[in-house]
Each structure stands twice: as C-alpha cells, then as structure tokens.
Design a protein around this ligand. Structure first.
Ligand code: FAD
Length: 290
C-alpha cells in the first residue's frame, strides 16, 4: 500500500522505524526485533539505509519481509551521498523487484573523509527525487525535513525553499527529524505551509531512554533539548530503568500533544527496540481510537 493512500484516510496513523543489521552476525537479532515490532501492526514501517553503505545491503530485504511476512506496509530509505548513480539505479530496481511501493529519498550525511560529489553522484535529495520519478514513476516518494533547520543550511528560510524544491520535484510527504519541543514543530508547520508546501508532514518522535542515547542524538541532529527534558535527564539519567520509563512517558506526552493539536500522522523512531514501541503503543491504545 502506498503511504500517500494511508495518509489520505481520516484517521490517526502511527508508523515505526527500524534499522538493518550492522553486521551479518546481527541478522537474527534484528529479524526478531522487526517481527515483534511488526506484531504491533503499525500503519507502516520504514527501514533505514546506511549512508556509508555499511548496512544498506539489508534494507530492501527487510522492507520486503515486513510487507510479505507481516502484512505491514513498508518503506525503504535510500540515500545517494555515497553511491554512484549506477548503484542508486540498481537499488531502485531491487525495490521494484521486491514489490516495494514506498521510498524515502535522502541525500545522506556526507562522510568526513570522502571526496564529494564525484561526477557520477547526486548532490542533493531533490536530484534523487527527480531520478526516481523518471525511472520508477510508480513509487510513492517521501523526503526528510528539519523543524530546527538542517545543520548545514545557511538559513531556515533557505532550507524551507529546498524542501519546497523536493516537493515540487515529486516528494509526496515529509518525515521530520527528531525534535523535543512541539512548539518548534508547530512553528515549522506554519512556516512551510506559508511557503506553499502542502504535503502531509509526519513528525518524527524519538523516545530517548538513556543519557548516552541523548548525547548521540544531539551529535547526529544538532537538536535542542528543552529544560523540561534536561531536568528529567538530570534526575533519572543515572537509573537506567527509571530513565527508560521517563523517556517513554516524554515521547508519549509529545505524541498526545501532537494528536490533541490535530496532527494525525506520527512516526516513531522505534530503533529496533520492541519493548519501547510496545510501551508507547499501549500508552496510546485508547487515544488513537478517538
Ligand atoms: P537534502 O534535502 O539534500 O538537504 C541537505 C542540505 O542541503 C540541507 O541543508 C538543504 O537545505 C541543502 N540543499 C538541498 N537542496 C539544495 C540545493 N539545490 N542547493 C543548495 N543546498 C541545497 N541518513 C541515512 O544515512 N540513512 C537513513 O536511512 C536516513 N533516514 C533519515 C530519515 C529521516 C526522517 C531524516 C530526517 C533523516 C534521515 N537520515 C538518514 C539523515 C539524512 O540523510 C541527513 O540529515 C542528510 O544530511 C540530509 O539528507 P536530506 O535528504 O534531508 O538532504
């Protein structure tokens, strides 16, 4: 099922994200997590793609498994930053053969030590979106956006213009980078709607359940943690079980606030942790019926 079709329905949708194994030895463990997460029957699941090529080999396979074995619509991420156009083409052909209907078209992070871009590489996600439209026009294409602005962006206004270019090129919905203050998201929504971007935007909610995870998330996305979250970390950060509970509660609270403010489609970075996905889904079991 195409994600745009799901998003057109007048109902709350919850989607969950997983990532492929980093090493061949972890395949079993990841498959188990994916199975348990799929058992929650989310509206769709997305599978990340390793920018360095490290974990990309399993992305299509996992997305196919989710759809075929667990009957959950799936989306495969695809980055273009460390791939030649030929590799991107092959990856898209694999998706088509596997019957994958949804792709999240991304640039990826530029590896620090790489010469970029090479002549046979795409520079930005917008070029990937145009290419997919050309060679796999049947695919439903999503893209990324950044409520706090992409870390490399010269300004938020320019970043939004680049998002608009992606949408004009054929990107049919957007998923946001993680954020921890919903007001930042509401402000972003206002600004992109003003800029003429009308496609659905799925807020990406990251449950932070440890101090180490918070540090990694900050390094990765440059996100700002509000005082309320910092107080939680300060009080519970050194007690793993308490911090887990508090992190789940914080993510749940963010989701409830989004739903209460009319945001119907929520994406959760469940990060191969079924116990966290289960806890959040349980917390929302009645709420999502309204
Ligand atoms: P782009 O849309 O190309 O934007 C990148 C930067 O370039 C922005 O600053 C933008 O303003 C600027 N820009 C865009 N177009 C132009 C232009 N024409 N001229 C000048 N500047 C321009 N990474 C992975 O490796 N694997 C994943 O699976 C993955 N999944 C993700 C899922 C989500 C929901 C999000 C939010 C991010 C994900 N990422 C993933 C991280 C992502 O690849 C990085 O954030 C990357 O740095 C930017 O990718 P993008 O597709 O947003 O790039």
């Amino acid at each position: 099922m195409k994600i745009t079709q799901l998003l057109q329905e007048d109902k709350v949708t919850l989607s969950l994200e997983v990532f492929p194994p980093k090493k061949d030895t972890a395949v079993e463990q990841v498959s188990r997590s994916v199975r348990e997460i799929a058992a929650l029957q989310p509206d769709f699941m997305s599978v990340t793609y390793g920018a360095g090529g490290g974990t990309s080999a399993y992305t299509v396979q996992l997305a196919q498994e989710i759809k075929a074995e667990y009957d959950v619509p799936s989306m495969a991420h695809l980055t273009c930053v460390s791939s030649t156009k030929e590799t991107v083409k092959k990856q898209l052909e694999c998706m088509q053969e596997a019957g994958i209907e949804n792709v999240l078209a991304l640039r990826g992070d530029i590896p620090a030590d790489a010469e970029f871009p090479l002549p046979d590489q795409f520079h930005y996600a917008v070029e990937l979106v145009r290419y997919i439209k050309q060679i796999a026009p049947e695919m439903c294409i999503g893209g990324a956006c950044y409520p706090e602005g992409h870390p490399e962006a010269v300004s938020k206004a320019q970043d939004i213009q680049h998002i608009k270019e992606k949408v004009d090129a054929g990107c049919e919905f957007l998923t946001t980078q993680m954020f921890f203050d919903n007001d930042i998201h509401y402000n972003f929504l206002y600004r992109i709607r003003e800029a003429g971007i009308t496609v659905p935007v799925l807020p990406g909610i990251m449950p932070i359940t440890s101090a180490a995870q918070m540090k990694r998330s900050q390094e990765l996305s440059g996100t700002v943690f509000p005082r309320r979250f910092l107080a939680i970390l300060d009080r519970f950060g050194s007690s793993p079980e308490a911090m887990k509970q508090a992190g789940i509660a914080y993510a749940t609270d963010q989701i409830i606030d989004l739903l209460a403010n009319g945001v119907n489609n929520i994406h959760i970075y469940s990060m191969n942790k079924p116990e966290i996905a289960i806890a959040i889904m349980n917390n929302l079991s009645e709420i999502i019926k309204c």
